[in-house]
Design a protein around this ligand. Structure first.
Ligand code: GLP
Length: 244
C-alpha cells in the first residue's frame, strides 16, 4: 500500500487529481471507477480545471460509479447521478453514454445488481477506482458486517452512515435507508485503487482500515490485500497513525 501524506484537503485533492490525470493520459480509453461524498469533490474540481486548460481529454473515458441511493431519481439533487453531473460530467467532454451508475429507481434489487455487474463486466473492468472512506470504515456503501459482501448488492444503511449523510438532506427522514453498491469483490477487481481521505473525524477510520486487522467489521481494511492501492490522506486524517 502506497500511503501519500498530504498537507490538507486541497493538497490531497491536487495529488489525487494528478494520479487520475496520469491514468487518463496513459490510457485515454480507460475505465474510471468513481465515488461520491465530500472527499472527492476537490479532486473533481481540479480535474475540471485541468480539462478547461486543455491538459485533459475525457473523450474516450468510461466511468462506473460505486453506488446510488435506492429510491432517488436522477433529477433528485441528492442522487449520486445528480452529484456526478454537477461535479464532473457536465463540465468535461465525457460522453454521457459512457457514464454508468446503478439505477436507484429500479425497485428490483436482484435485477438491478445483476444488470450493474454486467455493465462493469461489459466495459472491461475498472482501471482505476477512486474511493472515499466512511467514518465506520465503509467503502462504497459496504457497511461493517459479519462477512464481506462480494458483488453489487442492495444495502440497508447503518445509523452512523444515515447520520453522516443527513447533512445533505432537509431532514434525517429524507435520507434513503437503502442503496445499491458495488461489492467488495467488485471493488477489489479494479486494477488500481486510489483512496482519498481528509480530516480529523476520519483519523480513527484510517487507523483501523489501513493499520488494523483485515476484518469485515471495517470494510475498507480489505484494501490491504489489494496489490495496487494508493491512499492520499491529509495530516489530520493521519493524526492517529504513527507516521513520520
Ligand atoms: C458515502 C458514500 C461513500 C463515501 C462516504 C464518505 O456513504 N457512499 O462512497 O466514501 O460516504 O463520504 P464523505 O467523503 O462525504 O465523508
Amino acid at each position: 500500500m502506497n500511503m501519500i501524506k498530504a498537507k490538507d484537503y486541497k493538497d490531497m485533492s491536487r495529488k489525487a487529481a494528478n494520479i487520475i490525470s496520469a491514468q487518463v493520459i496513459m490510457k485515454p480509453d480507460c475505465v474510471l471507477g468513481l465515488a461520491t461524498g465530500s472527499s472527492p469533490v476537490g479532486t473533481y474540481e481540479q480535474l475540471v480545471k485541468w480539462y478547461e486548460q486543455g491538459d485533459l481529454d475525457f473523450g474516450n473515458v468510461t466511468t462506473v460509479n460505486l453506488d446510488e441511493y435506492k429510491g432517488l431519481s436522477r433529477d433528485n439533487e441528492q442522487s449520486y447521478y445528480y452529484f456526478m453531473h454537477h461535479h464532473l460530467f457536465d463540465y468535461v467532454n465525457i460522453n454521457p453514454d459512457r457514464t454508468f451508475l446503478p439505477d436507484g429507481m429500479n425497485p428490483n434489487p436482484e435485477e438491478e445488481c445483476a444488470r450493474y455487474e454486467e455493465v462493469i463486466r461489459s466495459v472491461g473492468g475498472v482501471d482505476l477506482q477512486l474511493l472515499g472512506i466512511g467514518h465506520n470504515g465503509h467503502i462504497g456503501f459496504n457497511e461493517p458486517g459479519d462477512a464481506f459482501e462480494t458483488m453489487t448488492h442492495c444495502v440497508t444503511l447503518k445509523e452512523r452512515t444515515i447520520e453522516a449523510n443527513k447533512r445533505f438532506f432537509a431532514s434525517i427522514e429524507d435520507v434513503p435507508k437503502q442503496a445499491y453498491s458495488m461489492g467488495i469483490r467488485t471493488i477489489m477487481m479494479a486494477k488500481k485503487i486510489l483512496v482519498v481521505v481528509s480530516g480529523e473525524d476520519k483519523a480513527e477510520a484510517v487507523k483501523q482500515a489501513f493499520f488494523g486487522p483485515v476484518t469485515p467489521q471495517v470494510p475498507g481494511s480489505i484494501l490491504q490485500m489489494h496489490p495496487d492501492v494508493t491512499v492520499v490522506a491529509d495530516e489530520a486524517a493521519l493524526s492517529k497513525c504513527d507516521l513520520v
